[in-house]
Design a protein around this ligand. Structure first.
Ligand code: NAP
Ligand code: ZN
Length: 307
């Protein structure tokens, strides 16, 4: 059931950078990062019926799962305890070829341009899935924290769901672009006054940042019954007081990528509603330069490597 993909494009997700420096203690060297892949099917194994050689496809973070456990049979393959990640204990997409199980290889809708679609395969689904699962809708007031690779796609998807969107950023220079991407409001998180002004105003906050913060301030930004959802990975434990959770029935949660059926849905939604990554293109051979620029938070908004 394996498919070999000839890679044309691969996004540089911040998870690649965490894996390069073994921040999560799971990296094995030599290590080849890359899990936002677009390419064409180069070969298919026995039993692969739906994908054809030459077809344009995408592959994200997950490249296999057991297919038999409770979570796989419920269609939540992203929660499979033995799921295999595309670049953990196997070589990823900063390369010219990659292999994955056919269940995790997705046809790309024609309307999506390859280089702007590659970041949807990890960053895009990671933000689409919680917005969709938490039923963000036109009555929702949504905050997106961190306007990077994930955050700039989250603004766009939150708008597609009809929400009123507030962008939270440490980079004042991103305000105009955040508004152009669809944010109604912009909060400079380095200004404590601006943070206080939005207290008690949001139903759902999606944090995409990989840094520690005073999370209690974000809890205070939630309305009663609101949710703070982590997709970015701060290095330290998240410490908050229980009282605002109790008094306002507020929730803290997290979310990992999305299932194959959600990925197919997300690609279709992106194609029909014009959601696309804003990218900076680098030749594959310049992967190190792209990584350095991501580390400095200088990329607007996703580096994509091209073969
Ligand atoms: P990215 O492109 O580097 O964006 C991260 C953004 O966080 C930056 O653009 C910046 O936004 C903000 N930021 C950076 N340093 C900060 C600091 N010290 N304080 C406050 N804000 C800071 O990264 P990404 O690719 O979007 O990934 C973000 C995180 O999501 C990473 O931890 C990654 O591993 C994780 N991730 C998780 C999943 C999942 O399944 N849950 C999937 C993919 C990625 P501003 O300039 O706007 O402040
Ligand atoms: Zn990723």
């Amino acid at each position: 059931m394996e498919v070999e993909i000839g890679i044309t494009h691969c996004g540089v997700c911040h998870s690649d950078i965490h894996l390069i420096s073994n921040d999560w203690g799971v990296s094995q060297y030599p290590f080849i990062p890359g899990h936002e892949i677009i390419g064409t099917v180069a070969a298919v194994g026995d039993g692969v019926r739906l994908l054809k050689v030459g077809q344009r496809v995408g592959l994200g973070w997950e490249s296999n799962s057991c297919g038999e456990c409770e979570w796989c049979t419920r269609g939540l393959e992203n929660l499979c305890p033995t799921m295999e990640a595309t670049c953990v204990h196997r070589h990823g997409g900063y390369a010219d070829r990659v292999r994955a199980n056919a269940r995790f290889v997705f046809p790309i809708p024609e309307a999506l341009e390859s280089e702007r679609a590659a970041p949807l395969l990890c960053g895009g689904i990671t933000v689409y899935n919680p917005l969709r699962s938490h039923e963000v809708n036109p009555s929702s007031r949504v905050g997106i924290v961190g306007i990077g690779g994930l955050g700039h796609m989250a603004i766009q998807f939150a708008r597609v769901f009809g929400a009123e969107v507030t962008a939270f950023s440490t980079s004042a220079a991103k305000e105009e672009e955040a508004r152009a991407l669809g944010a109604h409001h912009f909060v400079n998180t380095r200004e404590s006054k601006a943070m206080k002004e939005v207290a008690g105003s949001l139903d759902f906050i999606l944090s995409t940042i990989n840094a520690d913060q005073d999370w209690g301030v974000y809890i205070q930004t939630l309305r009663p019954t609101g949710t703070l959802c982590f997709v970015g990975v701060p290095p330290s434990p998240v410490a908050v007081h229980a009282f605002p959770l109790i008094s306002g029935v507020r929730t803290i949660t997290g979310s990992p990528i999305g299932s194959p059926s959600r990925i197919r849905e997300m690609l279709d939604v992106a194609a029909r509603h014009g959601v696309k990554a804003q990218i900076e293109r680098f030749p594959m051979a310049k992967a190190n330069a792209a990584i350095e620029k991501v580390k400095k938070n200088k990329v607007r908004y996703r580096a994509v490597l091209a073969n």
